[in-house]
Design a protein around this ligand. Structure first.
Ligand code: GLN
Length: 490
């Protein structure tokens, strides 16, 4: 039997494979067919590994036929943001400078997905080195939002969010440094969670800003995201910042309900400038959580106004040092002709990096410069601590925080390209949780009159993913937004 994969949750796909209702190969063929028909219009995939996916699916199907266990994600086709290094498969991080880079090793998160039986369909489009909020910084081509092809899917994991929204795969992995999982999840109407810093290994995840980079999953439903996180989370000795704790029981938490939970509503997350339809949808979602049995309480995160400045100082400093390794000697692109080492570096980097990484390298080098370090980077680190303290104080009073994700729904392609500052300001509600390292999830809580998804953000205390999944699962159980699907592009 060939299942209709459009809108079919990942956990249902895994159950169908395990029960023999359908074959993993059938799922793979159904998605490959959708990708071939629809992705020209969406642009989610940078690389499709059809033969690799077929081989992996057939091997799962042989195991099922032989009565062997295939793992919790057995046979489920997934996509990977092209920031995860994949052994033998080109990995570019959305940049020309890594064009042609074939990694000799595999990231921990993607290795764990494969060990759990997931089948890799390919690599997903993204903003270059995960720098951006619209996916327009991809060095290759932009991604179109499946709900309105003239609009951005969000970024930097735009391909990962759009692929799930358009049913081009069952689930995906992305990364979130300042919002890159939650904001595209919101703009595309799917579920995305940035876990606690260190919960998912960064080993084999191409670095942007190491103290802020958080790998995490996208799913169609809360349970799908939970199932993916259960597989990829947990201690990894290959990442020295990995938390030495096992993954939690997120699927179970998503079904526990929220009776008696205390939810904080941060007043700084409802500011002038927010789109009125976004505000109305988020406020209606808070009312729904109240009806589900939670108590809603006003709270304050007083240093929120400094979060964007702090984030853009710390992430650019991280970028300038992490991107120093692309020198034309070790990876990817090398300039055709150079007469000295300095010229080799200069021309390679000049040709290989796009405008946004260059902007961040310049800014990051400046804030780390001797003489300026204390005024900029050192100060940003101190403010980062105050922002983390805000969250700690709030979580002494409440179990989780509920807020918007993005102040606006998906904007038009090109609309913010000429004004990087305006693009950065759109990250107002997503940059603080990664600065504090706390988990945060985005899910759909409504649509604008013109049919664009709106996101609800649930933020938990450090290591409090279960609280986040309880809230998200309870909200989803009482609403139908997650069942709406975008029309397939003609
Ligand atoms: N939009 C933010 C930026 O451009 C966040 C990106 C991210 O989370 N990787 O840096």
């Amino acid at each position: 039997m060939t299942p209709e994969v459009r809108g079919l949750p990942l956990v249902a796909q895994a159950e169908g494979v395990a029960r023999g209702t359908w074959k993993s190969r059938d799922l793979v063929e159904a998605y490959l067919d959708r990708i071939a028909r629809l992705d020209k219009r969406i642009g989610a995939f940078l690389l499709v590994d059809a033969e690799g996916a077929r081989r992996a699916a057939d091997s799962i199907d042989r195991k099922v036929a032989a009565g062997e266990a295939v793992g919790p994600l057995g046979g489920v086709p997934v996509g990977l943001k092209d920031i995860f290094v994949t052994r033998g498969i080109e990995t570019t991080a959305g940049s020309k400078i890594l064009k042609g880079f074939i990694p000799p090793y595999e990231s921990t998160a993607t290795a764990r997905l494969a060990a759990a039986g997931a089948v890799r369909l390919g690599k997903l489009n993204m903003d270059e080195f995960a720098m951006g909020s619209s996916n327009e910084n991809s060095a290759f081509f932009p991604v179109h939002n499946p709900w309105d092809l003239g609009r951005v899917p969000g970024g930097s994991s735009g391909g990962a969010a759009a692929a799930v929204a358009a049913s081009l795969c069952a689930g995906t992995l992305g990364t979130d440094t300042g919002g890159s999982i939650r904001q595209p999840a919101a703009l595309c109407g799917v579920v995305g969670i940035k876990p606690t810093y260190g919960r998912v290994s960064r080993y084999g995840v191409i670095a942007f800003a190491s103290s802020l980079d958080h790998p995490g999953p996208f799913g169609r439903t809360v349970e799908d995201a939970a199932a993916l996180l259960e597989v990829v989370a947990g201690h990894d000795p290959m990442d020295s910042t990995s938390i030495p704790q096992p993954a939690g029981r997120y699927r179970a938490a998503s079904k526990t309900g929220i009776a008696g939970m205390r939810l904080g509503v941060p007043k700084e997350y409802f500011q002038a400038g927010m789109d009125p339809e976004v505000e109305a949808a988020v406020r209606a979602a808070l009312d729904e959580l109240g009806r589900a049995g939670a108590t809603l309480l006003p709270v304050s995160l007083p240093h929120t106004e400094y979060a964007i400045a702090t984030y853009y100082l710390i992430c650019t400093a991280g970028a300038s040092s992490n991107l120093a390794r692309y020198d034309g000697v070790r990876y990817g692109h090398r300039t055709a002709e150079a007469h000295s080492l300095e010229e080799l570096y200069g021309k390679t980097r000049g040709e290989g990096f796009g405008a946004e990484p260059k902007r961040r390298i310049v800014l990051g080098t400046y804030v780390l410069r001797a003489g300026y370090y204390e005024a900029y980077y050192g100060k940003a680190l101190r403010v980062r601590r105050l922002i983390a303290n805000d969250f700690a104080a709030a979580f002494a009073e409440v179990d989780a925080l509920v807020a918007p994700v993005s102040p606006t729904p998906a904007f038009k392609l090109g609309e913010r390209l000429s004004d990087p500052l305006q693009m950065y300001l759109g990250d107002i509600y997503t940059v603080a949780p990664p600065l504090a390292g706390v988990p945060a999830l985005s899910q759909c809580c409504g649509f604008t009159k013109s049919g664009l998804p709106i996101g609800l953000q649930t933020i938990g205390p450090a290591l409090g993913e279960e609280a986040v999944f309880r809230v998200a699962g309870a909200y989803e159980a009482r609403t139908d937004w997650h069942r709406r699907l975008p029309e397939d592009p003609a």
